[in-house]
Design a protein around this ligand. Structure first.
Ligand code: NAP
Length: 295
């Protein structure tokens, strides 16, 4: 039986529409719209496309975009100065530094300067720590998008065997923590895993985030499993994922395609995080005002 195709474009559209509705509700009640500031250093063509996409998506849902561009040869202090300004600006609810940065700029050190309350990419150590401890916080967008897809398609996570292929800070690690938070039994695989196909074949839910075109072949997949492909690989055949789609779709119960699966979810979750950060900052402001005034 052919697998159910997990339609990330449709789910992302629903998430965006929901964010737009909630933003409109807030602003019609007199609140300032959420604001997302992006910082792009240099002129990497792919990063330019990503940042433009994020800014366009903000405009579509009523989030104010602040699009900051710095020259490729700017120094650490220039980026740090911009981040300090954005951290202090009450119109900015979320801040992100577009990665990768030009060689010579320390991405980890710069990301660490983002106010954790505005860390809408969920990549700072405080955000990762909250996730590791299972406490509420801003979650990284791509793994959050994977969880959203699984939820929208009613995939059972509690008690399920979940295998995550890849252990990056951006995708694999946070996704493993999120699946654990949802009471899946989680295994994380990487380049040193022995007998990858056998480990993956245990999975009820298999997520591939490796960056190796079509690494996951049908023998990696338990019949009926849900397979989520995070990979984006550009090659002679165009855009392909980490999953060998056609044969795996013959065996899986559900599968996300590339393109049109996880990809569209990342920006949708960024918008949702920006709204969440704005709501949180207002709630915190009200709390501290109440504490200050005793009311
Ligand atoms: P990454 O930082 O390069 O990490 C890749 C991970 O895969 C590493 O943990 C690596 O293991 C593991 N790996 C590599 N080759 C392997 C192999 N042959 N067998 C088993 N494990 C292997 O990549 P990433 O940032 O997580 O991204 C992964 C993929 O997702 C890429 O294609 C990327 O373009 C895509 N992506 C998509 C989105 C989206 O919005 N859809 C967002 C982010 C990333 P080691 O740790 O042992 O090296």
């Amino acid at each position: 039986m052919a697998a159910t195709v997990i339609d990330g474009r449709a789910v992302a559209q629903e998430v965006r529409a929901d964010v737009a509705r909630r933003v409109a509700e807030r602003t019609s009640g007199g609140a300032r719209p959420p604001g997302l500031a992006t910082a792009l250093v240099g002129d990497d063509a792919a990063s330019d496309v990503y940042v433009n996409g994020k800014q366009r998506a903000c405009a579509e849902v009523g989030i104010t975009g602040f699009d900051h561009r710095l020259a490729a040869d700017c120094d650490f202090a220039a980026v740090a100065g911009l981040l300090a300004e954005l951290n202090a600006d009450p119109a900015v609810s979320g801040v992100l530094v577009q990665l990768p940065l030009p060689a010579g700029l320390d991405a980890g050190a710069l990301t660490a300067l983002i106010d954790p309350a505005k860390d809408v990419d969920g990549l700072t150590a405080p955000s990762a720590g909250l996730l590791a401890q299972g406490r509420p916080g801003l979650r990284p967008c791509t793994p959050a998008g994977v969880i959203e897809l699984l939820d929208r398609y009613d995939v059972t996570l509690e008690g399920a065997e979940a295998v995550v292929l890849g252990r990056s800070q951006l995708v694999g690690r946070p996704l493993a923590a999120m699946l654990l938070e949802r009471s899946a039994t989680v295994t994380v695989c990487h380049s040193r895993t022995v007998d990858l196909p056998a480990v993956c074949a245990r999975a009820d839910v298999l997520v591939a985030a490796v960056g190796v075109p079509r690494l996951v072949t049908a023998d990696f997949v338990k019949p009926g499993a849900t397979v989520i492909d995070v990979g984006i690989n550009r090659g002679p055949d165009g855009l392909v994922g980490d999953v060998d789609y056609e044969p795996v779709a013959e065996r899986a119960g559900a599968i996300s395609p590339v393109p049109g699966g996880v990809g569209p979810m990342t920006i949708a979750m960024l918008l949702r995080n920006t709204l969440a950060a704005a709501i949180r900052s207002t709630a915190d402001g009200e709390l501290s005002r109440a504490q200050a005034t005793g009311r």
